[in-house]
Design a protein around this ligand. Structure first.
Ligand code: COA
Length: 259
């Protein structure tokens, strides 16, 4: 187990597979401030693992993947702190997950609500167990879906599906979620981990370099990121050129490079 700074956010790496697991089942894996900080750390740590070829994101227990942000925690914060600390921290963590260089598979083992749905949205592929319920209950609580539920979720699922959840409070079954594209696959209760592992093995058997570049370019096409992705692609080409070797060699020998 790799230390994420909060024991309720577990990160393990075995061979080509990293797993990030939310482990707070007594509160249906609701995320408090420390857990979101640890999620960001877990994403950055998994990103740094060069042997990893796929990441599974899941929750502990059989009832909930994640029931969203910790509603109790909100009450202690003035509005400015809520916006500038809580909302922005969530964005940093979820951006780090969505922009992870390795493909991410969400094994959705139970309730996928509010911030939990926004968390699942960060994954490249979603596999849900048949009892899962999907929804965005936030406006019924007097708040907004602020961890990209009105942005990344709209880009990935389409605005009409998000409207039904975010404005009308519709809760979707997995059958509906499959038809609407909220999940890519539905499996029996208790089977999401195994299905996600099988998918991860399928991904790991392919070229890791081509897979990472493909993910980056699809993220660009989707508007997930543009500037940093363009510079990463440029950096890749430049770093692979003989010019870099020439430049480094000249720097080490304290002379002008001849390109
Ligand atoms: N924040 C904080 N605590 C939460 C939580 C959340 N988002 N979701 C669930 N919990 C806690 C409950 O308060 C309860 O704690 P307790 O045992 O100390 O009382 C525990 O998790 C179990 O939840 P409970 O409501 O008793 O389970 P249930 O099966 O009756 O209902 C839900 C399940 C998911 C329908 C219900 O918990 C719920 O509506 N949660 C909030 C979902 C939500 O609005 N999320 C949006 C936030 S971004």
């Amino acid at each position: 187990m790799i230390d994420t700074g909060d024991s309720r956010i577990e990160l393990t790496v075995e061979g080509h597979l990293a797993t990030i697991r939310i482990n707070r089942p007594d509160k249906l894996n609701a995320l408090d401030y420390g857990m979101v900080q640890a999620l960001e750390r877990a994403a950055l740590l998994a990103d740094g693992e060069s042997a990893v070829r796929a990441v599974i994101l899941t929750g502990a227990g059989e009832k909930s993947f994640c029931a969203g942000g910790d509603i109790e925690a909100w009450s202690s914060w003035p509005p400015e702190e809520f916006a500038m600390k809580w909302v922005r921290l969530g964005h940093r963590a979820f951006d780090a997950l969505a922009r992870l260089r390795h493909p991410v598979i969400a094994a959705i083992n139970g309730h996928c609500l509010g911030g939990g749905l926004e968390l699942a949205v960060t994954a490249d592929i979603r596999i849900a167990e048949e009892h899962v319920k999907f929804g965005q209950p936030e406006s019924g609580l007097g708040i907004i879906a602020g961890w990209s539920g009105t942005q990344r979720a709209v880009r990935r699922f389409g605005v009409q599906t998000v409207r039904r959840m975010a404005l009308a409070g519709e809760i979707f079954t997995t059958e509906q979620a499959l038809a609407l594209g909220l999940t890519d696959k539905v499996v029996a209760k208790g089977e999401s981990q195994a299905a996600a592992r099988a998918m991860a093995e399928q991904i790991a058997a392919r070229s890791p370099q081509a897979t990472r570049l493909t993910k980056l370019m699809m993220n660009m096409a989707e508007g997930e990121e543009r500037e940093a992705a363009a510079e990463a692609l440029g950096g890749f080409v430049a770093a692979a050129s003989t010019d870099l070797a020439t430049g480094l060699e000249a720097f080490r020998n304290k002379r002008k490079p001849t390109f």
